[in-house]
Design a protein. Structure first.
Length: 548
């Protein structure tokens, strides 16, 4: 196209020059030839300058920066790997994992132990208790305590040991070894059986973690949609620069032709002013388009780089893909069904509904009487050096060693369960006049009703958004067809107007207006094509995630 226009323009110059030469006197031949030569040189140099400007456009877009070719899929992959907002969102589920681990730790067994010594000098309080100078007790106890998740019970196992050294001459054993074990289980029967505060928090954290995953999915979906839209915006801005450059080329060519006509005397010098003003206007349009292109490039970079230290941040992006028209079959009914089933904002609303149900269940549980069943079983063992006595009561005297034993004897007695003990009890607590859980349960019921209304409203909003997105795809496709037809007509009109202008049947204003119409038609075609591709991106996005 450009080559044909160059040939046509050169032919026009030669035609004008030849006509002028034929109409001049022989004395003016040399002057006419010089004018023709200067005009051709000026026109040729002007066209070469425009071509050089187009060739150097990439360098002017990012001075001193290397160009990096980038496809749309490359941009998407870079966003997945490098986007900072997505990196922040990925950490949120991990925070809930740690919170859940902390709550689960409440059901881990806890080992208990106690080691110590106690010395006690008892004062004489009666004739039967004359006192003793010193009683020394060594304890070495251990055990396990564990909360049970199912049923909310509590299990405790204790193993206690003591060695008692006494200067009491009436003691049967000295040293005396005491050993015992005790199993204890406390089971809530009403309040705390199905749910308690810890289990309620665990269920809530699980739901919140699911919401965090959904937010990550929504962030990913919206970010990738934004990357695709930013990529096409950048491509459009580059195409807009090319359109502005082509428009400037046409204006420069018209100005050059007019100057030739002035010099050969077929046009008044005043007519050149309009062409010069139009060239300046289109130069300004090119400058604005170039600035818009650089802004669009920065917007795309912000979504796909990991920071200012990323090498791509300092490089110039050269998009490889170009928007093309791909007819898409739109199934509105299927798209609405898919969106109602997988939209992240809908799933989050349903999760919030479940959270309030868990709270209501917990508050209803707290309204029940506190009834606990307590079961214990244990045994005691005794051992040590046993003495023999003579006499009774105050006349009792130690006469010798009856049995020389130790700690092993206490354990043997314990294994034989010679001194067992067990207990079964019911503990009941009930607040008279109700408690705070009543009001909290009523509030939870209101929140559940609110959640149900919100879910219905969100479903309606989702259906509306998907339908509108589908209509936008259809409308954009129809607008693209119309804009392409308008661009073809504008090109044909400009060609016709230029042909009329070359033979003197048109004027500068009409040519300039035709050039403007072509530029606007080209921009409109680019914009409608971009809108169509972005409408497809939006149609896919609204089926998966809510508003950005």
């Amino acid at each position: 196209m450009v080559g044909r226009k160059l040939v046509a323009s050169a032919s026009f110059v030669l035609f004008v020059a030849a006509s002028a030469f034929a109409q001049t006197q022989p004395s003016d031949t040399l002057r006419t030839e010089e004018l023709v030569k200067q005009a051709v040189e000026r026109y040729t140099s002007g066209i070469e300058a425009v071509v050089q400007a187009r060739t150097a456009r990439t360098v002017q877009e990012a001075p001193g920066a290397a160009s990096v070719p980038l496809t749309l899929e490359d941009a998407v992959r870079r966003a997945v790997d490098n986007n900072l907002e997505m990196a922040v969102e990925r950490l949120n589920p991990q925070t809930f994992d740690l919170s859940l681990a902390a709550l689960r730790a409440n059901y881990k067994p806890i080992a208990t132990s106690r080691f110590g010594r106690q010395d006690n000098v008892r004062p004489p309080s009666s004739l039967l208790n004359p006192g003793s100078p010193n009683v020394s007790t060594m304890t070495y106890n251990g055990g396990l305590v564990q909360n049970v998740e199912w049923g909310g019970g509590n299990l405790a196992v204790n193993f206690n040991n003591a060695r008692i050294d006494s200067e009491d001459l009436l003691a049967n054993f000295n040293p005396q070894y005491n050993s015992s074990y005790l199993f204890s289980y406390t089971q809530p029967l009403l309040r705390g059986f199905r749910i308690d505060q810890n289990r309620q928090q665990m269920q809530t954290v699980r739901i919140n973690r699911n919401n965090a995953e959904l937010n990550l999915t929504a962030r990913t979906t919206n970010t990738l949609a934004a990357v695709r839209s930013a990529y096409w915006d950048y491509v459009y801005s580059i195409e807009a620069v090319d359109v502005a450059l082509q428009s400037l080329t046409l204006a420069s060519k018209l100005l050059s032709d007019n100057k030739i006509r002035v010099e050969v005397g077929t046009m008044a010098p005043m007519d050149v002013v309009q062409a010069e003003a139009e060239e300046a206007t289109r130069q300004q349009t090119l400058t604005i388009a170039t600035a818009t292109m650089r802004t669009a490039e920065l917007s795309l970079k912000r979504l796909i780089v990991s920071g200012t230290n990323d090498p791509l941040w300092a490089q110039h992006i050269e998009p490889v893909d170009r928007p093309d028209f791909q007819s898409a079959s739109i199934d509105v009914e299927g798209a609405v069904r898919a969106a109602l089933g997988q939209r992240t904002d809908l799933q989050i609303a349903r999760n919030n509904f479940e959270t309030n149900n868990v709270l209501l269940k917990s508050f209803r549980d707290q309204m029940l009487p506190d009834v606990d069943a307590i079961v214990t079983y244990g045994a005691a063992g005794l051992g040590g050096t046993q003495y023999s006595f003579s006499g009774t009561n105050l006349d009792r005297l130690r006469t010798g060693v009856l049995f020389d034993g130790g700690y092993r004897n206490a354990l043997d007695t314990l294994r034989g369960r010679e001194y067992p003990n067990w207990q079964f009890a019911l503990a009941v607590n009930y607040p008279i006049g109700g408690n705070a859980a009543n009001a909290q349960a009523a509030r939870s019921r209101l929140l559940i009703q609110q959640n149900q209304a919100q879910i219905r409203a969100t479903e309606l909003q989702v259906a509306t958004e998907v339908t509108n997105a589908a209509l936008q795809v259809t409308n954009s496709a129809e607008a693209l067809t119309a804009s392409r037809a308008a661009r073809d007509l504008s090109q044909r009109r400009l060609d016709a107007e230029m042909s009329r202008f070359e033979v003197g049947m048109s004027n500068n204003y009409q040519v300039v207006q035709a050039q403007r119409d072509l530029r606007e038609a080209q921009n409109s075609e680019l914009r409608t094509l971009l809108n169509y591709r972005k409408a497809l991106v939006e149609f896919d996005r609204v089926q998966q995630a809510g508003a950005r």
